[in-house]
Design a protein around this ligand. Structure first.
Ligand code: HEM
Length: 209
């Protein structure tokens, strides 16, 4: 569905998922950092409160992930997540060159958005990695840490819980990096607030792309 220069890219279910996910992940990042660097003399957030908030937000993000997974599975939104490997490297290079140079020279984007193309190649690779590798990995390791009796005791002399915790924290770090880049990329455009509006009202404005 489109009107003039606007394309309806973000259906209601996707916006609900995105809002809950964004809030949940921000709580997880702050409480996660507080727990990672916890120190009896200084707490970013009170230790017990950080644990409780982290557990609640983790369960919320996990349940909400089901909305994303099945929403994408049963609606046409999945078509935007199909990745063609042929020419991918060239397409990614073109997009990186646009973000690092072309954009500042007022050049046209190499992959303008349309009804058929919601994401440029870089967004597609980032969204696929985050939503189908990093976030599920975080959920899986997080649930394992919530129920540590399910974790293998020892792997090559290393404690299973230790390895799970390292993997969990590393994935959390990757998702945090994604969020910073995501916010920066979302602010690129004619007006910094334009894209942020689209994930609230559903319509993406393609004028000026
Ligand atoms: C304050 C936090 C956030 C803000 C303001 C924000 C903003 C946005 C905006 C403006 C869009 C639409 C434009 C675009 O596609 O780039 C978007 C889409 C998206 N965001 Fe975020 N985001 C936030 C957090 C997150 C987090 C934490 C994740 C995942 C861990 C995430 C994953 C996605 C995905 C997968 C899409 C594309 C959804 C689709 O159209 O299928 N976002 N976000």
């Amino acid at each position: 569905m489109s009107s003039e220069n606007k394309i309806y890219f973000y259906p209601v279910w996707l916006r609900i998922w995105h809002g809950i996910n964004a809030l949940g992940i921000i709580i997880l990042i702050f409480t996660g950092i507080s727990l990672q660097y916890s120190n009896p003399d200084f707490h970013l957030i009170n230790f017990k409160l950080a644990i409780n908030l982290h557990n609640i937000a983790g369960i919320l993000v996990s349940l909400n992930y089901l909305l994303f997974f099945f929403g994408n599975l049963i609606t046409s939104n999945k078509k935007y997540y199909r990745l063609k490997l042929k020419g991918l490297f060239r397409n990614l290079t073109l997009q990186v060159s646009y973000y690092t140079s072309g954009m500042f020279k007022n050049q046209q984007p190499p992959f303008p958005l349309s009804e058929k193309r919601k994401f440029n190649p870089m967004q597609k690779v980032a969204y696929l990695s985050v939503m189908y590798l990093f976030v599920p990995g975080l959920i899986f390791t997080g649930l394992a840490l919530l129920f540590p009796e399910t974790i293998i005791e020892e792997v090559y002399l290393f404690s299973g819980i230790f390895l799970t915790a390292v993997l969990h924290a590393s994935l959390g770090f990757l998702v945090s990096i994604f969020l910073v880049v995501h916010l920066y990329v979302a602010s690129i455009g004619k007006h910094p607030a334009k894209n942020f509006k689209s994930i609230i009202d559903g319509y993406h404005d393609i004028s000026g792309h």
